[in-house]
Design a protein around this ligand. Structure first.
Ligand SMILES: Nc1ncnc2c1ncn2[C@@H]1O[C@H](COP(=O)(O)OP(=O)(O)OP(=O)(O)O)[C@@H](O)[C@H]1O
Ligand SMILES: [Mg+2]
Length: 266
């Protein structure tokens, strides 16, 4: 079983959860097997006309597969192991599921057992398991099961792991970050830390916003990942796993490794 399972949540969708997950995998992979999982994803990338053929894939799953670091002698992870449930449409998962004829709105049990089975299989092979959530903390998944309940299932209260919150630095992030931290605490889970993530446009008064988050969030800041304007993410995702790892390492260079290991109790 892993020493720690780290659940990555965010202030919203598209805030940088996958970047932070990939960076953590590359950083923690220096200290032992670090495996990534995106239990439920929505949105498949298809080839454009004129592009060399590749099979449709989910971008988050591809990132986490490329950046996972299996134990010495262990096999690389398969796409289906990293992403056991990959829905077609890029929309809220329960809506994407309904549009595919899946009856998650009636019964969460089959989904939950598939997801937790996949997570447990990876847990058995890892020292660090990084599980990327879906959208933000309260995203519904199925009847009676949402992203917060998924987090409780993978790192239950009292376990050594916990939650890392990715704060997308944009107007509104203070409210989203503080509400999410409150909801994590109300779920009985530990907030290990938070990571600031810049988007393509610098946030107005970024330093003041960061200082406010430092003062009000009940966990340490583990880093601030800038926008890497020269990154050709689309090409790397399609053709170049090594380039994805290099981007993750660049992101990881903005994380405080010592603080992270302290938060994990290692
Ligand atoms: N530093 C960066 N430099 C260039 N592109 C970036 C950078 N960070 C993120 N991106 C792009 O911004 C988007 C958001 O990042 P990311 O995919 O990590 O968000 P997310 O929170 O995981 O989203 P989702 O909710 O869809 O899982 C992606 O399209 C990604 O390729
Ligand atoms: Mg993501």
């Amino acid at each position: 079983m892993p020493e720690s399972t780290i659940f990555i949540t965010g202030t919203d969708t598209e805030v940088g959860k996958t970047w932070v997950s990939a960076a953590l995998l590359q950083l923690l992979g220096r200290h032992g097997a670090a495996l990534g999982c995106k239990p439920v994803s929505a949105g498949q990338t298809h080839p454009q006309p004129g592009e060399a053929p590749f099979a449709p894939f989910n971008e988050d799953v591809r990132w986490l597969q490329a950046c996972s670091v299996p134990a010495v002698g262990d096999a690389p992870l398969l796409d289906a192991q990293v992403g056991p449930i990959q829905l077609d449409e890029p929309c809220a998962p329960h809506i994407a599921a309904a549009r595919q004829g899946l009856s998650w709105d009636q019964d969460a049990a089959p989904l939950r057992s598939t997801v937790l089975g996949a997570v447990e299989a990876l847990a058995a092979r890892s020292r660090w398991l990084v599980v990327e959530g879906v959208g933000g903390w309260a995203v519904p998944l199925a009847q009676g099961w949402d992203s917060a309940a998924l987090a409780r299932d993978v790192c239950p209260p009292g376990s050594t792991g916990g939650v890392v919150l990715v704060v997308g630095l944009r107007l509104g992030c203070l409210n989203h970050a503080l509400l999410t931290a409150q909801a994590v605490a109300a779920s009985g889970l530990r907030l290990l830390g938070w990571v600031a993530k810049s988007g393509p446009q610098p946030m107005a008064h970024e330093a003041e916003n960061l200082a406010t988050l430092d003062a009000l969030l009940p966990a340490p800041r583990l880093g601030h990942i800038p926008w890497l304007g020269d990154a050709d993410v689309g090409h790397a995702l399609r053709y170049d796993a090594a380039a994805l790892r290099a981007l993750a390492m660049r992101a990881a260079s903005h994380l405080d490794q010592a603080r992270l290991l302290r938060a994990l109790g290692s």
